[in-house]
Write a protein of this length. Structure first.
Length: 353
């Protein structure tokens, strides 16, 4: 109110109550018309109407009296048949129609209300105007993406409730993400630029590390992967999973290690899921995996004697940063200590016998 009082002093000679009663009330000019005639801001005219306690017309009331005869101004252009075709049949947005007909979007919106046509939400209109892209799923594509999802990759749920259509992967090795990006591009799946940021972690020697992030553009095709891999919002191993060399390769790159034995650290999944995966791997590779405890969760272990068969099945390492996973990373010093301990135990048992 204080700002209105200051305005009333500032423009009292130009915007009087008598002027507004004559032009706005009796001559039925709009706020926009008065703004142009008096060379004042639209909001200033409205503020003075409120200050003088003059009733402000609704947009519907104004446009219905802005033309001769008191009829809406654009009835000849915006007929019910035309706006029904453009908005409902052609599914064009309000801004698209306004641009085509060279009218204000507010005018289009008012005519939709006049004809009792339900206006779509911005979210629904975005879905219509920007149809999400899709990519072709074949056995190679499915095996690659399933392998990544078996590891650390995800198709996260969106906070605004819209469908999950983006694939994400994080890793401290940017080389690994560049490898994934190249593979996805081969399948016509476009990604955003790889981003990196510092992660604080007191467990590390440098009190932290750089983490890199990869995310694809939005593709409707990822909805089907989300439906298979996330039941009731919880990540599971889908029961139509097919074991292939590429699937196990991607899982091993992301979540595997070789220290005395090969382990797939799939602790995000339930024991029931890992038992199902174990059966698939045992049958495909003709080996015997086992489920091991990892704190409160479980991991899949492959004994050292079966490691060559597993590594031969998945093939050679595709990137240098994970070359170390193709050999036993138990140090020679530890191995020597174990050999010495075994010899001592053997001699002691022999002497006892």
């Amino acid at each position: 109110m204080k700002s209105l009082e200051r305005h009333s002093i500032k423009y009292s000679g130009q915007i009087s109550k008598e002027l507004l009663e004559k032009e706005y009330i009796h001559n039925k000019k709009s706020i926009a018309q008065l703004s142009k005639e008096l060379n004042k801001d639209w909001a200033t005219i409205k503020a003075y109407l409120l200050f003088y306690k003059l009733a402000i017309r609704t947009a519907f009331e104004q446009y219905s009296i802005s033309s001769i005869g008191g009829k809406p101004k654009y009835l000849d252009i915006l007929t019910k048949e035309k706006i029904t075709k453009l908005y409902l049949l052609d599914k064009k947005g309000i801004s698209q129609i306004a641009k085509e007909l060279k009218l204000d979007p507010g005018t289009i919106r008012r005519y939709l209300k006049k004809y009792n046509i339900k206006i779509r939400s911005t979210k629904i209109q975005m879905e219509i105007s920007h149809t999400p892209k899709e990519f072709i799923i074949n056995s190679e594509v499915q095996s690659f993406i399933d392998g990544l999802l078996l590891g650390d990759a995800s198709i996260p749920k969106r906070k605004n409730g819209s469908p999950s259509r983006s694939f994400t992967q994080a890793c401290k090795y940017q080389e690994y993400l560049e490898y994934i990006l190249k593979r996805l591009l081969d399948y016509k799946i476009i990604c955003s630029p790889i981003l990196s940021r510092w992660i604080n972690d007191d467990r590390c020697k440098n009190k932290g590390y750089y983490q890199s992030f990869l995310q694809t553009r939005r593709y409707k095709t990822f909805e089907s992967f989300r439906e298979r891999w996330y039941k009731k919002g919880i990540k599971i191993i889908p029961r139509d999973l097919i074991i292939t060399p590429d699937l196990l390769l991607q899982s091993y790159l992301s979540d595997g290690n070789f220290y005395r034995e090969i382990k797939l650290c799939l602790d995000a999944f339930s024991k029931e899921d890992l038992l199902f995966l174990k059966q698939l791997i045992d049958k495909e590779l003709e080996i015997k995996c086992r489920i091991t405890n990892a704190g409160l969760n479980y991991e899949l272990a492959i004994k050292k004697s079966d490691a060559p068969k597993f590594l031969s099945y998945i093939g050679k390492f595709p990137i240098r940063c994970y070359e170390y996973k193709w050999q036993d990373n138990e140090s020679e010093e530890i191995k020597d200590r174990k050999r010495l301990k075994a010899r001592i135990t053997y001699r002691n048992n022999k002497n006892v016998g």
